[in-house]
Design a protein around this ligand. Structure first.
Ligand code: ZN
Length: 180
């Protein structure tokens, strides 16, 4: 059961970095650089996951089959997250307690006992932090180091861009429905 409880995603092979961001934000996200289009469609169909793609053709194939899909139309990560916020309703708050392992998508376990992670954390970080996040699947250990400042900056940036993305989409849909 996902801690977010809500949206789950499957992400196309071109969007590996975005898949990691979704996991950081706590969303259950499947990704493989080897997924073929037919596999992505099958996964979305079988699991009810939202297909995230930057391939317009694949997006429309998914929509024709009645699947949930989001077409990513921008390039930088903050704007892409803003797109996912507007188009799929993801929540833009970065909290390591809710994160999933960016590498393997598992839910992380909070570890406060330093001896349990001492072999996998550099001594200075072991001294500086009291809380670590262990991936039970791949064994990676995370902590709220300086990279979390960057993560929060990008997420704040995404929040600021959300209105811009929303109004661009609205303008476009108004343009489309205008009588010619
Ligand atoms: Zn992992």
């Amino acid at each position: 059961m996902s801690r977010r409880g809500e949206a789950r995603f499957v992400v196309d092979s071109m969007l590996g970095r975005l898949a990691k961001w979704l996991r950081l934000l706590g969303y259950d996200t499947l990704y493989s650089k080897n997924y073929e289009d037919w596999q992505l469609l099958k996964i979305a169909e079988k699991t009810g996951r939202i297909l995230v793609t930057r391939d317009r053709g694949l997006y429309w194939r998914a929509r024709k089959r009645g699947l949930n899909a989001v077409l990513i139309e921008t390039d930088d990560v903050a704007t892409r997250l803003a797109e996912l916020y507007v188009k799929a309703g993801i929540s833009l708050d970065a909290n390591p307690e809710r994160s999933r392992c960016p590498h393997c998508n598992s839910e992380l376990v909070v570890v406060r006992e330093k001896s349990l992670v001492k072999d996998r954390v550099p001594p200075e970080s072991l001294r500086a932090f009291d809380k670590f996040y262990l991936c039970p699947r791949c064994g990676k250990v995370y902590w709220e180091g300086s990279h979390w400042r960057n993560i929060r900056m990008v997420v704040d940036d995404a929040k600021e861009r959300a209105e811009m993305v929303r109004s661009a989409l609205e303008r476009r849909s108004r343009g489309r429905s205008k009588p010619s």
